[in-house]
Write a protein that binds this ligand. Structure first.
Ligand SMILES: Nc1nc2c(ncn2[C@@H]2O[C@H](COP(=O)(O)OP(=O)(O)OP(=O)(O)O)[C@@H](O)[C@H]2O)c(=O)[nH]1
Ligand SMILES: [Mg+2]
Length: 205
């Protein structure tokens, strides 16, 4: 599923220009700069599929990636990179627009099978993340927390963070009760994330 060359399919700043539904969609959400676009690149093993930046607010549209269909064979998996929530270095009106886009997409996309909510391992879950958990829970969309930038903290701190994060999620029915710790820089957690996604695709009716 991840061994083929991935391509950019479509970017959209609004719900009117979403691509047609072709297969299972998996979305990556999280605060600005948490490492969503970097994680997608590490996941598919292509450095420059999604654009990344040091400045929060790099991704400003919903960006859809897939393996371009060959000989009309349908695409089984679409990966969606999302703008971040929380602080971003962009005009306020623009940020408001993409916050609405995030919300509308997460609530209303029929093909959305799983949301990976990325949380920076240096910071843990923030109130703005719990708002997103609440919304996903209310919409009945299953999500899993992925810790990013695990290379920035010690193994002991990571073990502790995984335990506290699981504890924070335990009353949330829509939260998958396992945390994946990743480092896009080191490749840590990529096999686990790939298997998790493959399971979601396999289980989707
Ligand atoms: N140390 C470390 N830095 C990382 C890792 N992943 C991403 N980064 C850095 O974090 C910054 C933000 O990465 P992006 O992938 O652009 O983050 P994003 O969540 O897509 O950001 P927005 O699109 O602005 O919301 C970049 O400087 C990356 O190099 C990681 O695993 N380890
Ligand atoms: Mg991004």
């Amino acid at each position: 599923m991840f061994a083929r060359p991935w391509g950019f399919w479509r970017g959209t700043p609004n719900m009117a220009h979403l691509p047609p539904i072709t297969g299972v969609e998996i979305a990556f959400a999280g605060r600005s700069n948490v490492g969503k676009s970097s994680l997608i690149n590490a996941l598919v093993g292509q450095n420059s599929l999604a654009r990344t930046s040091n400045t929060p607010g790099r991704t400003q549209e919903l960006n859809f990636f897939h393996v371009p269909p060959v000989d009309g064979e349908p695409t089984d998996l679409v990966i969606v990179d999302m703008p971040g929530y929380g602080f971003a270095a962009a005009p306020e009106a623009k940020v408001r627009e993409w916050q609405k886009l995030i919300r509308d997409y997460l609530r209303g996309r029929q093909s959305l099978a799983r949301v990976y909510v990325l949380v920076d391992a240096r910071h843990g879950i923030k109130p703005v993340d719990t708002e997103v958990f609440d919304e996903l829970g209310q919409s009945g969309i299953s999500y899993q927390v992925v810790l990013t930038k695990a290379d920035q903290i010690t193994d002991a701190a990571l073990t502790k963070l995984i335990a506290t994060t699981l504890d924070q999620l335990k009353k949330r029915a829509a939260a998958f009760p396992e945390i994946i710790a990743t480092s896009s820089r080191k490749g840590q957690g990529m096999p686990e994330l790939r298997s998790a996604i493959a399971r979601v695709v396999a289980e989707r009716p």
